[in-house]
Design a protein around this ligand. Structure first.
Ligand SMILES: [Fe+2]
Ligand SMILES: [Fe+2]
Length: 174
């Protein structure tokens, strides 16, 4: 059975992944409100990925007979104004950097506790976060170049409309 402190850390991360989905769904509604249906689509696919992460981590907890201690999910609504394309992607980048820290902390904890199975499980996420931050960072740089050109923003929106959700664990056999 998994140690209680590691089970708690994974439960908290399931919450953080669901919050990520919640945040991206909220931001997708903001994009929709502004008429950027491609960005809305990109963020909805992003939200689906986060839900897949939450379920995948939950399955790891069950496999290891860990207690599932689910707390409330924070609301992403309000506070800051995300009503611009750069503001949306600044938030995505900031959030993915934050999640990277959370994932690194779990990997460090698993290593410290000698929980090789959890460490190995989270290695996938360590790599995933490198990609998540890189993707968000590149998109934000591109947006910074074109933010004053509505035609080019429209083209980017069209490009992001093409993103489709691919279940990252489709072949994992869970
Ligand atoms: Fe995630
Ligand atoms: Fe993410």
């Amino acid at each position: 059975m998994i140690k209680a402190n590691i089970a708690k850390a994974i439960s908290d991360q399931v919450n953080a992944e669901l919050y990520s989905a919640y945040l991206y769904l909220y931001l997708s509604s903001v994009a929709d409100d502004m008429g950027y249906t491609g960005i809305m689509n990109w963020l909805r696919v992003q939200a689906k990925e986060e839900m897949a992460h939450a379920t995948h981590m939950y399955e790891h907890l069950l496999e290891r007979d860990g207690d599932v201690g689910f707390g409330p999910i924070e609301s992403p609504v309000g506070g800051k104004n995300y009503h611009s394309v750069p503001a949306i992607f600044e938030k995505v980048l900031e959030h993915e950097k934050h999640v990277t820290e959370l994932i690194d902390n779990i990997a460090s904890l698993a290593m410290k506790e000698g929980d090789h199975a959890t460490y190995n499980f989270f290695t996938w996420y360590v790599n995933e976060q490198v990609e998540e931050v890189d993707t968000a960072s590149n998109l934000l740089k591109k947006i910074r170049l074109i933010e004053n050109n509505p035609g080019q923003l429209y083209d980017l929106d069209t490009e992001l409309a093409a993103r489709v959700f691919v279940d990252p664990f489709a072949n994992a056999g869970a």
